[in-house]
Design a protein around this ligand. Structure first.
Ligand code: HEC
Ligand code: HEC
Length: 242
């Protein structure tokens, strides 16, 4: 654990980040030749490996420093919830971050160390095996019920087709699980995808989300953070009221 704390302190100090080579930057959706989820290189290689959950428990340790050992991340949305995410999604996001298709300066120093496709497959298999915590960040305004109702309406029209009725995504298509994700993280990601800042985004989703106003994104995030996937969520802790 000490080693991790030290690595983290180093990585979070800007001197260390500046000392290392800068993260690469790929054009992604900014380029007209962009092919989303192109089956080559690291993505293809890591997906072809069978992930070992037991080994992944060890390789995940360093990730747990930010995403927590449970995978729950932080309700303030700084670190996303990862537990129960599809291995395909995890591998694609990691490969994209390493390739410079998705900016993540906080995590890059760690992501760049995971060079072995087998480690990537193992870590992802372990994360996918974790139950999704139920005490994630939700929309907390007094108008929550109205926001959730408005968000549900929008979500069912244009998002359910890919992200599923319960936010379960689609493993073989790289569509992420949304259930259990923190409200503030969802809002930030959707804003970035809408505004073209997440360069690895799915072009079909970008088309759908382009016309949404900030208010509509708030409502959809409120709804998405209320979703729950039967069978995949963690059991409430004994003695704790849900
Ligand atoms: C220093 C903190 C830190 C460490 C260590 C870290 N991450 Fe992250 N990770 C982040 C942050 C911050 C984000 C969200 C960035 C953003 O807002 O786009 C993130 C995002 C992700 C995402 C994208 C999630 C999504 O919903 O799209 C994945 C996957 C991920 N991390 C996996 C890992 C794995 C695997 C490891 C271990 C090798 C790891 N992270 C280590 C900080 C960290
Ligand atoms: C064509 C399928 C598709 C449609 C339609 C779609 N999405 Fe997505 N969405 C994706 C994919 C694929 C990703 C991951 C993008 C990537 O490759 O980085 C994603 C990512 C996201 C994320 C970020 C998740 C994370 O863990 O970082 C959110 C939030 C999201 N979508 C919400 C929505 C909402 C809300 C709608 C409707 C307005 C929508 N999506 C419509 C496919 C879709």
């Amino acid at each position: 654990m000490k080693k991790i704390a030290l690595a983290l302190t180093l990585a979070l100090s800007s001197a260390f980040v500046l000392a290392g080579p800068p993260a690469p930057k790929a054009a992604g959706i900014e380029s007209k030749d962009y092919q989303w989820a192109k089956m080559e290189g690291e993505l293809k290689e890591a997906l072809s490996k069978k992930g070992d959950v037991k080994r992944g428990r060890d390789t995940y340790e360093i990730c747990g420093a930010c995403h927590l050992p449970s995978g729950a991340g932080r309700p303030d949305g700084t670190f996303p919830q990862l537990a129960g995410q599809h291995t395909t999604v995890l591998i694609k996001q990691m490969a994209d971050i390493r390739m410079g298709l998705r900016d993540n300066p906080t995590m890059y120093p760690f992501a760049k160390e995971m060079t072995d496709p087998q480690d990537l497959a193992d870590t992802s298999a372990y994360i996918q095996s974790l139950c999704i915590p139920t005490d994630h960040g939700k929309y907390e305004g007094a108008d929550a019920a109205a926001q959730i109702a408005k968000g549900k309406d929008l979500y069912e029209k244009q998002c359910k087709e890919c992200h599923g009725a319960n936010g379960e995504g689609k493993k073989d298509k790289f569509y992420p699980v949304i259930a259990g994700q923190h409200y503030k993280y969802l809002l930030r990601q959707m804003t970035e995808i809408r505004d073209g800042h997440r360069r690895n985004a799915n072009p079909d989703m970008v088309k759908v989300i382009k016309p949404y106003t900030n208010d509509q994104l708030v409502a959809i995030s409120a709804y998405q953070s209320s979703l729950s996937m039967p069978g995949s969520m963690c059991k409430p802790k004994a003695g704790k009221k849900k």
